[in-house]
Design a protein around this ligand. Sequence first.
Ligand SMILES: [Zn+2]
Ligand SMILES: [Zn+2]
Length: 103
Amino acid sequence: MEFCPKCGAMMLPKEGVLKCNSCGHEKNLSDKNEYEVSEDIKESDNVKMLGEDVEIRSTIKETCPECGHDEAYYELKQTRSADEAPTRIFTCAKCKHTWRAYH
Ligand SMILES: [Zn+2]
Ligand SMILES: [Zn+2]
């Protein structure tokens, strides 16, 4: 929640800016956008950390250790050096539990 620095009234988001309900003072939303972007990065940190060279995603018959569901999304992450085995990442299609397997 943002409040107007001029009159203290509540400011509402409108067309990319925050606009004061009361006096019409406008504030750019760029600060807030930056915050939202960093939140997104935080959520996908685990995946991004593994390297981004190769990404293959499909569904595979794999039992989820969390809920026992037998279908999972399958991702293959190839690390930068070719002689290292790729990391396999499973995401449960039902409960979204994620786990990894190293070959
Ligand atoms: Zn105001
Ligand atoms: Zn599951």
